[in-house]
Structure formats: C-alpha cells, structure tokens
Design a protein around this ligand. Sequence first.
Ligand SMILES: [Fe+2]
Length: 238
Amino acid sequence: MEWPLNNRDGWRRCRKPDGMEADIFCASDPVTGSGCYLLVKNGACAVVDAGCFPLPAPALSGHAPAFLPVFLTHGHCDHISALNSLRERFPVLAVCSRACSEEIQDTKANMSRRMEAFLYYKSNETKLTPYAPFRCGPADLCFEEEIRFLLGGWRLHMKRLPGHTPGSSLIFLDSALFSGDYLLPGERVVTRLPGGSQEQYETYTRPWLQTIADGTWIYPGHGREFQMCGEARRFHEL
Ligand SMILES: [Fe+2]
C-alpha cells in the first residue's frame, strides 16, 4: 500500500523506535502548532489526536479502513478538531479516558469557545483568527484510570494523568509514547486552563513521568519527536 503522505500534503514521516513496525506520520496545525499523528502498519491505520482539521480525512481516503481507532490524549479543541469529520467518513472508534470524553463534548472544557480570544492573546493582540466553537459526541470506548489491550494489531496502554486537564492521558502504542500536552519540547506544562490542576500534576503526573526510561521515543502534542534524556528531564524537572 502506497502512502502518499509527504511535505506537500502537510505530513512528514517521523523518526521511530528501532524495531517499531508502524510508520508514523505527523501533521502540524498551522494555527495552533498541534500535532496529529497517523500510524500505518500492515495496511491498518490509527490516529493519535485528531487535530489538524481538515488534513486527516483526505489522507485516509482511498484506504478504506475497516475501522479506525482514534486515540485521544486530552479534549482540547486543537487536538480533536478533525474528529467530527473523521466520524462522518470512517467507522471511527474513539478511545480516551471518561473525563476526556466529557471534555470533548463541552465547548468550555474543550476550549473551542475561548480559542479565538486565546489565539488573539497569544499573538500579542496583533492577529484575529476566526475559530468557531464546536463539540464532539462522546468517545466510543472509555476507561477510568488505565487501559491495556490489543486492538486491531495495536498494542495499547493508556494511562490517565491529570494536571493539564482532568482527562489527560499518556498513550503507549507499541513502543512509542504519545504525551499530548505533557513533555513539550521547550514548553513547560500548562495547568492553568479550565480544569487544569498543578496539585494533581504534582501528585499523580510528575511522579509517573519520572518513570519513563531514557531512550523512550516521545511524540508530543506540539513540536518534534525526541528521545527521553537528561536534558528533557532537567527542563521538565523530572
Ligand atoms: Fe491542551
């Protein structure tokens, strides 16, 4: 199967762990910088963070997946903006924590209601970017704290780690770790958005992040993939 995903289409091929079968592609949203990951293995596809509307659906058209797992790290709008369009065109199985499922259904919790003001503020009040509020239907498969299973050839481990949002999770897919808005290169974790909690981050999430082995390939929600190392530990105070 040929995958015509390249820079011209808005996708780039990511580096990946030794021995990892799946190819990993990433598109970055020009407005928010959020990454949407598309994994392909033996003709099977999976999506991690359905952002970057409208790129994911065309990239998958013609490949007619029997079903399409979509794993969500959290419910912020810049990570789910393509979920509704994917659901219109493919048999999506959206998987996330129960708290994340609640986030995606609410325009305040998913931040889409405030995104226009947020982007204006981020541009130092120089640029107005129209951003229409939206909500998504609930996830198709939810877990409370943690889930491990084999799904369509993917070895999956998702662990809820609150702090950025109540429903934030880290996702291990085979040997790759998708960190959402944790472990961003050059950006400290944000816990001051709606539902965020520095206390929960310190209690539950920071200790768990400290257990990630050096050399683990990490695919963050913004920025390029990297391997866990001393420099990343120092920056994120792990
Ligand atoms: Fe976020």
